[in-house]
Design a protein. Structure first.
Ligand SMILES: [Zn+2]
Ligand SMILES: [Zn+2]
Length: 220
């Protein structure tokens, strides 16, 4: 994957914490062998027509589910805007959500999935709404933890847009808890990140939740 290296891009490129993944075919073949050995020992008949390609499909699916490390070239454009100055500038929130996401927890390599809500208060730059979705997925499609995804979204929006504030709310089901019967019906795990004006102004946070259709006082 080729990424632009315009000097202006470098700051937020580094906030994306990308890795260029390139895995040789012979290594992939070895991984498929490991997967086959594990599946077989754990009870799968890996020699049926339905399962003979399962190790290959599993390794491919795992690679695809973590493609956030590779970056997203469509995330590199931001648009200039004119700050209308205080206080109007601080009142114009841009909000997007729910943005569905799927991630793998770095403790168990099992999925957690849910919805993200992202808001920011524009200053000199704005980003297309569809780019917010791409940004969420850039960080979700990795081995991660929910809190870090929220922080990384906020960090990158701050370096890309220099906004007056950023708000990120994530709610997710964690299959590492739910599948293994720790708690079969686990509540959603919810995390928030507030930056800039959102950190200082409770009314902005309330407006964010209301605009997202979230009722904080109902235990969500
Ligand atoms: Zn886990
Ligand atoms: Zn401004």
């Amino acid at each position: 994957m080729e990424l632009h290296t315009d000097p202006d891009d470098l700051e937020y490129l580094s906030s994306m914490e990308l890795q260029r993944r390139s895995i040789p075919d012979e290594q992939i073949k070895r991984f498929e062998g490991y997967a086959s050995e594990i599946f077989s020992a754990f009870g799968m008949d890996v020699n049926t027509p339905a399962t003979k390609d399962t190790p290959r499909r599993f390794i491919r699916a795992l690679f695809d589910a973590t493609e956030g490390y590779d970056g997203d070239p469509k995330l590199l454009r931001v648009f200039e805007t004119e700050c209308r100055g205080e206080p109007d500038c601080s009142l114009s929130q841009v909000m997007e959500g729910p943005i569905p996401f799927f991630a793998l927890c770095e403790h168990h390599a099992l999925p957690f999935y849910g919805k993200a809500y992202v808001g920011y208060i524009a200053h000199e730059n704005i980003i297309g709404i569809s780019k917010l979705t791409r940004l969420v997925r850039l960080f979700a499609k990795r081995f991660s933890v929910q809190e870090r995804i929220g922080q990384q979204i906020a960090d990158t929006l701050e370096t890309m847009l220099h906004p007056h504030g950023v708000a990120v709310f994530l709610e997710a089901h964690h299959l590492c808890m739910e599948m293994r019967g720790v708690r079969e019906i686990a509540p959603m795990t919810r995390t928030t990140v507030w930056r800039g004006h959102y950190a200082e102004d409770p009314s902005l946070r309330a407006e964010f939740f209301t605009a997202c259709g979230l009722q904080r006082n109902e235990g969500r």
